[in-house]
Design a protein around this ligand. Structure first.
Ligand code: NIG
Ligand code: FE
Length: 385
């Protein structure tokens, strides 16, 4: 198969900048890219008519496996309440446990997840991380993991086990709950390539985070963390000690924490939708950039802080509210997002010989437009094997 007459943004690190190749064709064989440039191939031909062709986008932080919604909380915040006040009044993550547990029990979680993943793909995402974290029982978390793995939605799914919160029925004995995560969830979570933990005043303490990361590391898994979203309790240093794949949010992080992330080679995942929606401070982008921490961008798709399937919307927020550059925005949803998922060796997130043929043909020829023109999707066509 051949895609011809394209403006190809390869995001290939062996080319300068975003690696744009003008007036190019892409030859594809057996679901892999074989050549880019002035090439021909037999089989179907797609005429891109000069449009921008990029790697399929990578959403490296989603909570897509949830049921129900929390539109009532959105309305409360619109009327001035804070995320923490709404959670303390019986909302927050705990309010999603009941609907999600019920959807696991009656099997409807499969179609709920499927529809959501189809919406992500329509927005240009061809690789999507999906966290558990809305069942918070051993069997429920493993069931969510199964649902993510067995989904037949047409995009790559990277399942993550998430220690999200101590649910209300377990707060009387937190130590027993953390022990269950370490001794039951993690050793049995075979499909999860990494383990995530929300390191936060209202979620898991530093000591609990260490115990969870320790258990994950012993099980041969990488770790990642929700860190510094509402308070900085020192999570970045701890996650860096475990060579975390990524730390995410980082609205609040110390200079020492940033230095530790840079040394560990950890990716900082920016979640501008959740930041804006919860009216949080902007993460210290300039300091992260100066320290050489790779920046990724994700939707954080979840019913509480960011009900959004579109990475293009996040790219708009990243380039406006966060003052990230156009190049940072694109690398944040391609190469750097691949690295946050431990996928860099697979060539996912770039267009180069040997990379999987997962790409987006846009309705513009300009990489700037995708960040600039928010509100209407510029996705023309999404190709996955
Ligand atoms: O990434 N920070 C923790 N988790 C989510 C919020 C989840 C929810 O409110 O349901 C986040 O913003
Ligand atoms: Fe999240």
């Amino acid at each position: 198969m051949l895609i011809r007459n394209a403006r190809v943004m390869t995001c290939d690190p062996s080319r300068p900048g975003l690696g744009i190749v003008e007036h190019a064709s892409i030859a594809i064989d057996n679901s892999r890219i074989v050549a880019i440039g002035d090439v021909t191939a037999t089989g179907d031909v797609i005429d891109a008519k000069g449009a921008l062709v990029t790697p399929g986008l990578i959403d490296c932080h989603t909570h897509a496996a949830f049921a129900g919604d929390r539109a009532n909380e959105f309305a409360m915040r619109a009327a001035g309440e804070s995320y923490e006040a709404v959670a303390a009044a019986g909302g927050g993550i705990n309010a999603t446990l009941g609907p999600t547990r019920a959807a696991i029990a009656d099997g409807s979680i499969d179609s709920i997840l499927h529809d959501r993943l189809v919406a992500l793909r329509a927005a240009g995402t061809t690789t999507c991380e999906v966290k558990t974290g809305y069942a918070l029982t051993t069997e429920g978390e493993l069931a969510l993991l199964d649902a993510i793995v067995r989904s037949r939605a047409p995009l790559r799914r990277i399942p993550t086990l998430l220690a999200h919160l101590v649910p209300p029925e377990r707060t009387a004995d937190r130590a027993a709950f953390v022990a269950e995560i370490c001794e039951q969830w993690i050793p049995r979570a075979h499909a999860a390539t990494s383990v995530d933990v929300w390191c936060e005043q209202s979620a898991f303490t530093l000591d609990e985070t260490v115990a969870i990361c320790d258990s994950a590391t012993r099980a041969g898994k990488r770790v990642r963390g929700h860190v510094g979203q509402l308070h900085d309790i020192g999570g970045a240093d701890v996650l860096a000690r475990f060579r975390a794949l990524s730390v995410d949010h980082l609205e609040l992080v110390s200079s020492a924490g940033i230095a530790a992330l840079a040394r560990a080679g950890t990716v900082a995942v920016m979640l501008p939708g959740a930041c804006v929606q919860l009216r949080l401070p902007v993460p210290p982008i300039a300091e992260l950039r100066a320290a050489g921490v790779p920046l990724a961008i994700a939707t954080d798709l979840n019913p509480g802080s960011s009900y959004c399937e579109s990475l293009a919307v996040q790219m708009w927020l990243a380039t406006t509210h966060f003052q990230m550059t156009i190049e940072e925005a694109w690398l944040g949803v391609t190469r750097h997002a691949a690295r946050a998922l431990g996928l860099e060796a697979t060539h996912v997130g770039m267009l180069a010989p040997g990379a999987p043929a997962e790409l987006v043909i846009w309705t513009t020829d300009s990489p700037i437009d995708v960040c600039y023109r928010y509100g209407t999707s510029l996705v023309g066509r999404v190709l996955t094997p």
